[in-house]
Design a protein around this ligand. Structure first.
Ligand code: AKG
Length: 270
């Protein structure tokens, strides 16, 4: 999939691009089946809400080894539509995944992600430059009521703002301070709700300021996140590195698969 110069200019200006219909219903169904399967597995890569069994975050489904490995997600991250778009936006053919995850945001129980920049924590992983982006895949409809993301368009150009470690949230996040957030919203304007149907895709820059609220509805809000980095920008060694499922050590350049790779993988494992 070739992006137009206008789409690339829009990404450079706003820090994100939204594609309302990116994956087919059959592809969404194949990914959802895998999320359901993996959510039952007991591993540290499936994080649950508090002490309950309710899944919250599921990591590392894109790899071919490990407890959460999923051939369907392994294909999803390498399609010409996904990997190819990441290569165009990062202006580099050699990419790997810093991590991938599925955020469940369970009905009623699913909790907030405070205002942050992803590069706020990825810098601490030893990554020197913000040549990174995330693809957010809608596996459910995302709405304001079920805890969709909010972006502040254009904030990626600020660069990394020093975060603090917010321990008040269920999943602790390197977050932006209230003082910084008031200044940023004053300067860049009101947040935009990123809503969409199942099968939508939103690509966003690792310095774009974003957050999400509680899921106040009675339906889960499943979304997958594929976080690409350039191989040239792989992390340097740091003291006490985070586990492989959040700070990958697999820096081999990703290779593209066929564009119907999700369905092929689903059929092969059925
Ligand atoms: O899934 C969500 O609601 C928010 C996730 C998020 O902001 C992140 O992973 O950086």
């Amino acid at each position: 999939m070739q992006l137009t110069p206008a789409q690339i200019a829009q990404y450079d200006r706003d820090g994100y691009l939204h594609f309302p219909e990116f994956f087919t219903a059959a592809e969404v169904e194949a990914m959802r089946r895998e999320v359901g399967r993996v959510s039952e597995i007991d591993t540290e890569m499936v994080v649950r809400e508090g002490t309950s069994r309710v899944p919250k975050i599921m990591f590392r489904m894109h790899e071919t080894d490990g407890a959460t490995a999923s051939p369907v997600f392994n294909a999803a991250v390498r399609l010409p539509r996904t990997l190819g778009v990441a290569q165009q936006l990062l202006r580099d053919d050699d990419l790997y995944l810093h991590h991938t995850k599925v955020n469940i945001k369970a009905a009623i129980e699913g909790s907030i992600w405070p205002w942050h920049q992803d590069y706020g924590s990825w810098f601490n992983d030893g990554i020197e430059r913000p040549t990174m982006l995330t693809m957010m895949v809608g596996l459910d409809a995302s709405k304001e009521m079920n805890g969709c993301l909010y972006f502040i368009p254009g904030t990626h150009v600020i660069g990394r703002v020093d975060p603090y470690f917010d321990t008040s949230t269920a999943y602790k996040v390197w977050s932006l301070t209230p003082t910084d957030m008031k200044r940023i919203i004053g300067e860049y304007g009101e947040p935009v709700a990123i809503t969409g149907k199942p099968g939508s895709l939103t690509v966003f820059d690792c310095n774009l300021v974003h957050a999400s609220g509680h899921n106040l509805s009675v339906q889960d809000r499943w979304q997958a996140y594929f976080c690409y980095n350039t191989v040239a920008n792989r992390p340097r060694d740091v003291e006490k590195p985070r586990p492989d499922y959040v700070r990958s050590r697999n820096w081999k350049p990703l290779e593209t698969v066929a564009d119907d790779g999700i369905l092929q993988a689903a059929m092969a494992t059925a």
